[in-house]
Design a protein around this ligand. Sequence first.
Ligand code: MN
Length: 331
Amino acid sequence: MPAITVDDITTLPRIPAADPVRARARAVRSVTTAPRGFEGDGFPVRRAFHGVDLSELDPFIHLDQMGEVEYAPGEPKGTPWHPHRGFETVTYMIDGTFEHSDSNGGGGVITNGDTQWMTAGAGILHIEKPPEALVASGGLFHGFQLWVNLPKALKWSPPRYQDIRAREVAMLASADGGALLRVIAGEVGGHAGPGSTYTPMSLVHATLSPEAELSIPWRAHYNALVYVLAGAGAVGAERVPLQTGQLAVLGPGNAVSVSASRTQESRSPTLDVLVLGGRPIREPVAWAGPFVMNTRDEVMQAFTDYQAGRLGSIPVVHGAPTTLTESQPDA
Ligand code: MN
């Protein structure tokens, strides 16, 4: 699992060891296991937030771990053209490459540790797919896509993108030097990541060596979620076991603790987790398919606007598919 890494972790700034007096490690409120499914034209995902109430996830809506899968030649898949309105998507590639095009003529390529942050806002059509060369060659594909809600006042923001390159991510070491933290958005211990978010939040990809102990200072007014991309360990004040494909929702406190088991699966020698949280929006959520609004009427309006072409149209791009399919449930 490369994403971005360093040769010598001891050269990185370290987050301070947890203060035994002031640190209040958050306890685990629930542990759920992500069911497997397929997204878009059929790439394998784990639905990380399945079975968790939206009020616990707020300001997040949805999280798919994409892969990990080793594609045979000709096998890599993406999504058809589809719309979004009312939220932001954060796509992070750990291994592999994803290409993106949208109805405004925008787009880009993200690979190996890059992040694409797309604010759908008032509405956009887009397509996400592996590049032709990767379809031909096959190869490893692993990443995630997170949906971050927008508050009512910002749902009509104009669409925008941030392409965050792997090298821009803030890299930190744990106090014991056994964990590498990549701060994609928000901040950890005063070290800010590059992602600029409408909704205040922090997003960290941490890699823990066997037996590493990690305590991350975490804003008390943020919620806190830990999702295991690969490996085995324990999370929270009471050290609840957590492994690949499991999500822990944490309760109140100002620190998130994660530790890696001594023995890891041979395929993945480290524990890789996403730690994420943000300031809850606390507004009604009306979510259907690719639209996340405040009321059912607004969702129906989004479907009407999409059918009428008011969320944009497919640009003429050499080699791009031109068929518009029905909107996918969660693409
Ligand atoms: Mn999409």
